[in-house]
Design a protein around this ligand. Sequence first.
Ligand SMILES: [Fe+2]
Length: 315
Amino acid sequence: MHKRTLPYLHHLSSAPLMMEEIQSLLTEKGALLIKGMNFQSAESFNKWLIGFAGIENLADYTGGTSPRSKKSSHVYNSTAAPRFIKIGLHNEMTYSKNPPHTVIFYCLHAPLKKGQTPLADSLAIYKSMQSADSHFVEEVKRKKMTYHRRLFPKNKMRLAFFLKAIHWENIFKTSHKNIVEKKCAQNGQEFRWEKDHLILKTIVPGIRIHPLLQKPSWFNTAHLFLSDKMVWGAPLSLIIKFFKFISKKSGTYITFGDGSPISNSQKRLAYHIVEKHTQFFNWEDGDLLIIDNLQVAHGRMPFKGEREILVGLLK
Ligand SMILES: [Fe+2]
């Protein structure tokens, strides 16, 4: 099977790219790495983003799963998750009814070691899943998927570190419940309050059709909820225990859209196929990575040294 190399590499010094060229290259290649950009700050990256996409096409990162802070009006740090944690491959905001169609990363400061943003071709993953277990793929198509989450209030964050330091005020960037509710509705998320805990439930397709290519994309994170695959290299039994404890506390899990469970063997298959399709590149200062979110999944490897990767999202 022909495998696309991700990301497609372009040196800015060899030829400047017009916006239309970027768009068509992105649709063809899935992910584009432009080297030699020279934004000195989040502010200048933000200015470029506005010029590139138009302010009306830039999306907010709210209701997300990653602890993240705003660096400029439309620019965020990529994630504030601790440096030793591996963030598994995912398409941005799979749990949202309206995920961004493009994700743009800018490397202000490359890490000393590792810290890559792994990439995987979601169109190719779909094909592999189809060959490996067409029944599972049919089930995903038919039933969709439900993402279940429990977000803690800010003052109940004793387990903050283990729960990835997420509380709903951080996720929704507000302490007002009515604003949270409005944002949930915009994201198509069902919500309810349990005292001050926010319980979220979103039913979304696990396979989406790319609007320009009209090809199916494996667009879900079932593989990240596999209880026997974690990232710290601890003994398996301990990891399983720990993961079960965290899942229970955090109330974060995935099922099919009708609430029926996705089996561990189905999750494991997805995990191995996503792994098989994962590709790496090393960040350098001034790198701009543009990802077609409907075609390509991304993650983050653990790293050493300072790492400052900024991100902007396009609707
Ligand atoms: Fe992400």
